[in-house]
Design a binder for this molecule. Structure first.
Ligand SMILES: [Fe+2]
Length: 295
């Protein structure tokens, strides 16, 4: 096909979408077509490469389940998830003059599971889970530093071996997950384990892609949370463990410096929340600042 006909082809495809009633869908599809065609032309895409790509996407779909969302992993490892997070946070920023910067968001990842148990402040979400105990504490505030009472923290974590509950069996039960509400001073505290680095699931097509490209497959140690309060934009983020292996080469590009926290080591004894610890433990302090919802 001549250069001219290649251009005509793209124009024809774009035109075929021009009648899309929903303006945003029209914009998305038109831009997608243009970029996909531009990609094919830039790399001079061969039929066997195109076939391999389709086979890869098919395999990505075939391995996917509710607890193994391979397309999320694909999006994460291509950095697209993080780009969407960054765009969303930029859209929602508009931080008022003099206000504190909001807590940065990062990827949700593939392991969120709605419906974690509601627990009392100070509870341990990691009962029976391998790993070194850690006390998490801090406050949830608005951008003026005013405490948000009753803010909800929905927490999920891998265990000390780097595995999430959903990876432990085909019919998993919830582990290392819990929901907490801040007290009247916006404070939260709970126990879990100090998370360790872990590889993203690498036994599927995304893992194959990562190996073929010589990519690091590991994420640095982190614990996940969604933090929400009435009148504020829900925040999906992590706390990262300072000094964790892979802290500067997160396989999904989710690490942000402002989310890296020193985990203080403590000998056995009475923790600040009154819990008597018979083993050494860690503590991590982190305050979350939420953005007000647009008026
Ligand atoms: Fe994670």
């Amino acid at each position: 096909m001549s250069e001219y006909n290649q251009d005509k082809l793209i124009q024809d495809v774009v035109k075929a979408f021009s009648g899309t009633p929903d303006a945003r869908l029209r914009e998305l599809m038109t831009a997608l077509v243009k970029h996909v065609h531009a990609f094919a032309r830039e790399v001079d895409l061969r039929p066997e490469e195109w076939q391999a790509g389709l086979k890869f996407l098919t395999a990505t779909g075939q391995i996917s389940t509710d607890t193994r969302p391979e397309f999320v992993l694909l999006s994460d490892t291509l950095g697209l998830s993080m780009m969407v997070v960054a765009l969303q946070q930029a859209r929602a920023s508009g931080t008022p003059q003099g206000a504190l910067p909001p807590t940065e968001a990062t990827v949700e990842g593939p392991f969120y599971w709605a419906g974690a148990p509601d627990l009392e402040l100070g509870a341990d979400i990691a009962e029976g889970v391998p790993g070194e105990p850690a006390l998490y504490m801090g406050r949830v505030t608005d951008l003026d530093g005013k405490p948000l009472a009753g803010a909800l923290l929905d927490i999920w974590s891998g265990d000390g071996d780097g595995l999430y509950d959903v990876q432990l069996s085909d019919e998993p039960t919830m582990k290392a997950r819990g929901r907490f509400r801040t007290d009247n001073e916006g404070r939260y505290w709970f126990w879990s384990i100090r998370p360790t680095f872990y590889p993203v699931p690498f036994d599927g097509p995304v893992g194959e892609m990562m190996r073929a490209c010589g990519r690091n497959i590991n994420r640095p140690g982190h614990i996940h949370m969604q933090v929400s309060a009435p009148g504020h934009v829900k925040l999906t983020t992590h706390i990262f463990v300072a000094g964790s292996p892979y802290i500067d080469e997160d396989a999904v590009f989710g690490k942000r410096d402002s989310l890296v926290v020193d985990f203080e080591a403590h000998p056995p004894g009475r923790a600040v929340d009154g819990r008597e610890m018979e083993t050494p433990y860690h503590s991590a302090s982190f305050d979350f600042r939420l953005v007000p919802e647009p008026a």
